[in-house]
Write a protein that binds this ligand. Structure first.
Ligand code: NI
Length: 216
């Protein structure tokens, strides 16, 4: 997802990860420069293919997660999925405005309730937004960066939207598929404040400062 649409969204996030199972011990962070990789755009077949499950959390996966995180920050997104940098694996990174980004490996929506209409944007569809129907409450099961099973529940907020959006990506679905019609895709004008935000200089990674300066 991109940050362009979060003006319309409630800011409160509920996050409740429950560690239930240890699969791997944490290993050393791979010594290799993190790489910002180009974002794949709508029309690239990698965005339409269901991704493969991660079978082994090794250094190549850790490097991929580091690259995804950096690519998301560079593109000023609030989430990114591996297919968006051309990798067909079931990995997403969530980067809520006030939180340290975190990966979810093999994420699945295990519970969803309610419906709401909300505007959405995507790094792979730059300059556009569209109104889609999303769930009010969403529970995702996944493995965390250490291979431990976590459950994240979010309700009526940006996180709930991002969870559904990013899990869609690893299933080969882009939000434009959820529009009633392609005519409902709205082009953002360069004068739109959300476009200005997308073009903002510099980055706003949470470990460098107190978070995005243009919250709200
Ligand atoms: Ni997206």
């Amino acid at each position: 997802m991109d940050r362009a649409t979060r003006f319309e969204l409630p800011q409160r996030t509920l996050r409740d990860p429950l560690v239930t199972l240890t699969i791997h011990e944490q290993q050393s962070v791979p010594a290799r420069p993190v790489t910002v990789r180009p974002i794949r755009y709508l029309g690239d077949p990698v965005l339409r293919r269901p991704s493969k499950k991660v079978r082994r959390l090794d250094d190549s996966i850790r490097r991929l997660i580091a690259d995804m995180t950096e690519s998301m920050i560079e593109a000023q997104g609030v989430g990114i999925a591996a297919p968006q940098i051309g990798v067909g694996l079931r990995i997403v990174v969530i980067g809520m405005p006030d939180e340290e980004p975190y990966p979810l490996i093999n994420p699945e929506v295990i519970k969803r309730d309610g419906e709401r209409r909300i505007y959405e944007g995507c790094l792979s569809v730059p300059g556009y937004r569209g109104e889609v129907t999303r769930s009010v409450s969403v529970t995702v099961k996944a493995l965390d960066a250490n291979g431990r099973e976590v459950r994240i529940k979010a309700e009526d907020d940006l996180l709930a939207q991002a969870l559904e959006h990013e899990v869609d990506h690893v299933n080969g679905t882009v939000y434009v598929d959820r529009l009633d019609s392609r005519d409902d895709l709205e082009k953002l004008e360069p004068s739109d404040p959300s476009m200005a935000e997308l073009r903002r200089e510099g980055d706003d990674r949470p470990d460098d400062d107190d978070g995005p300066e243009d919250e709200d």
